[in-house]
Design a protein around this ligand. Structure first.
Ligand code: AMP
Length: 418
């Protein structure tokens, strides 16, 4: 038996309703702030992620689905959405549009990670990006919008961690300081951290082993080394969040798994989730567009995982859609009339279904009951189509009466208004 690949899942019809609802919340909340939808391809040139996400990151080193397209080009299933959006911004000359350009997206992403609850190899993200603004208001707006989305989605027990990474220059200086510090304490570090001191010293803050954690406790913190204008920017973001009543914890060790961040970084998590508690996060990436050969353009954004939001949400699935009408066949010669009647009913805005299962009349009525149909129109008893006679049964009251096909839709519409 062929099964869905490891780390992937089917979105079954019963799962789709909550996803649609969530998409509706995103559209409403982001649309109200002037964000417009964008969708980029599910695969891109591998180089985009190598350059955009960072060679030293776990994503690029271990987690990309990379393949040759048969023509000697290396393509990669997108592991994240920001680099593709920057690519699109540059490719379509969006710097000529009024700035900033505010975009949102919702689609599937791919990372070859070890699957566990809340961590998949194909997952969905909703994201928002503001390209072309350097202001702290942009960062605060983005954070508030994600907070609003998580609240609308019913995500419980959320926490927001916030930090600033400064500029690449500050980071470079800080990095040297941190590398020297890690070297001085190398014997206490885990082998993995010790072997990556040069490659990615910041990741030492992510380590879980007691030895490394002990060392990191006393490590220099980037937040204490910010340049004056970066510190001002960060203070302004915090003041705006304070005004908005959005609670956050300052976390100077917040390290995100992507290299492109500058200044503000943040992450929402939910204590309703297990080990994979990150719900969504992001930050400012002022150098990324330039790094991808675009004009120097400041930008900021976030992405949140659809599956994690749904896992952390206490909201029940929305009620199933009402079936207004089920068109049953008393005799097979009513098939054309039934086909026509159900089509007319849908055109009139009703949710209408026709018998497709070849059941007996009794079986059809049982089926109509099971799908929760409000009315059943029985056609086929001497009905030749057009405005022939129909038996219309109100499934709630059980009342059944003879009428014409032309009367079925008005009767149901009248009943609907009550
Ligand atoms: P990131 O792009 O790594 O910052 O991830 C943003 C959000 O996407 C995370 O907070 C998760 O909610 C979600 N996410 C990331 N990786 C996965 C994954 N492998 N499976 C499910 N959700 C994920």
């Amino acid at each position: 038996m062929i099964q869905a690949p490891k780390g992937t899942f089917d979105v079954l019809p019963e799962d789709a309703a909550r996803r649609e609802l969530l998409e509706g919340h995103a559209k409403k909340i982001l649309g109200a702030a002037g964000y417009r939808r964008i969708e980029t391809p599910t695969f891109e040139a591998t180089e985009l992620f190598a350059r955009g996400v960072g060679e030293a990151t776990d994503i690029v080193q271990k987690e990309m689905y990379t393949f040759d397209d048969g023509g000697g080009r290396s393509l990669t299933l997108r592991p994240e959405g920001t680099a593709p959006i920057c690519r699109a911004y540059i490719e379509h000359g969006m710097h000529k549009l009024p700035q900033p350009v505010k975009l949102w997206y919702l689609g599937s992403y791919y990372r070859a990670e070890a699957p566990q609850k809340g961590r998949y190899r194909q997952f969905w993200q909703v994201g928002a990006e503001v390209v072309g603004s350097a202001t702290p208001e942009t960062d605060a707006e983005l954070i508030v919008l994600l907070a609003d989305l998580l609240e609308a989605a019913g995500v419980t027990r959320t926490r927001l961690r916030l930090s600033s990474l400064g500029t690449p220059e500050t980071r470079a200086e800080y990095r040297s300081e941190l590398v020297a510090y890690l070297r001085a304490h190398e014997s206490l570090l885990s082998d993995e951290v010790a072997s990556r001191i040069e490659l990615n010293p910041l990741r030492a803050f992510d380590a879980t082993d007691p030895g490394t954690r002990g060392v990191m406790h006393g490590a220099p913190k980037l937040l204490d080394r910010l340049a004056a204008d970066d510190a001002d920017h960060f203070a302004a973001v915090r003041a705006l969040l304070d005004d908005a009543g959005v609670a956050y914890e300052l976390d100077p060790t917040l390290v995100r798994g992507l290299d492109y961040y500058t200044r503000t970084v943040f992450e929402f998590s939910s204590d309703a989730l297990g080990a994979q508690s990150g719900v969504g996060g992001g930050g400012r990436y002022d150098r990324l567009i330039e790094q991808l050969d675009g004009p120097p353009t400041p930008a900021s954004g976030w992405a949140a995982g659809i599956e994690r939001i749904l896992l952390a949400s206490a909201q029940p699935p929305p009620a199933a859609e009402l079936v207004d009408l089920f068109v049953a066949l008393a005799k097979p010669d009513g098939a054309r009339a039934a086909f026509e009647l159900s089509r007319e009913a849908r055109r009139a805005g009703l949710q209408a279904q026709q018998e497709l299962g070849g059941r007996s009349l009794k079986g059809q009525l049982r089926h109509a009951d099971r799908i929760g149909a409000r009315y059943v129109a029985i056609v086929g008893d001497g009905v030749s189509g057009g405005d022939g006679l129909v038996s219309l049964k109100n499934m709630e009251s059980g009342e059944q009466r003879e009428t014409t096909a032309g009367e079925v839709i008005p009767t149901i519409l009248r009943g609907r208004r009550l």
